[in-house]
Design a protein around this ligand. Sequence first.
Ligand SMILES: [Zn+2]
Length: 298
Amino acid sequence: MNKNKLKEFIKEIPKSDIHVHLDGSLRVSTLIDLAKDSKLKLPSYTEEGLYEKVFKDNYKDLPDYLQGFGYSISVMQTPENIERIAYEFVQDNIKEGVYYVEVRFAPQFHINEKMEMNDVIGAVSKGMDKAKKEHNSSNLVKAGKLPTFEYGIIACAMRAIPAGVSSYFDKFTEVHKHSSHTRISALASYELVLSMIKARDKGYPVVGFDLAGAEAGHPAVEHREAYALAHRNFFKKTVHAGEAFGAESIFQAITELYADRIGHGYYLFSEDMIKSKQIKDKKDFINRLVHANKPEYW
Ligand SMILES: [Zn+2]
């Protein structure tokens, strides 16, 4: 099969996407539209300009890549905007032949005076439902020529809650005056799972719990209580691990957080870590796995 035919074949076959971030999947044209509407500052108001300055082909590191999310999150602060983004997201997936999606996002980034946690999940669900119903009642689906569309929601907690990005996280930090930043992040994760239980009770298709954000220096094990709560409440569990830190991060996600699925996992093999100079040799690799849960190894 030649390259073009293979591309065509991949485009045609029905697919599922189980690792996709809603706030990383906005149409750039929609981002510009919504930013103009809400008078938000963007480094450029053209698609070309944003591809050059923000959504680049290559990034310096994970934090550099994550910067783009700041802009998308800033336009996702009303139920109407979130609903539109979620609606278009499903349309774009169907266009690419993706018929089952587990969409993920961090609801806490979108909480403000107008929306509490479950309003955010509700707005995403409403937008996705609308596009889903339109597709599933189309003639092509009814005639059996296209598969039906379905989706689930994964709520992401943050390894370390950032400052100055969300009023919710800022307030959360302010009221926990006597706790460390690590502990505050863990408490915010626990709070998220509590709200997920309520969202699921309301009928929203919340299927899983995830941990995302800057990995190095922020061991997932600190979020153990939130994962235990998710586990006891029959949520599926996933962890962004081995993305910007070593294999011990993956080890910890599985042994301490009951992860059913790992996100990214680039550093699964010690050889990759040796090449990237994260570890000296295989002995060092084993040593770090054995001590994976000790804070000084992070
Ligand atoms: Zn991810």
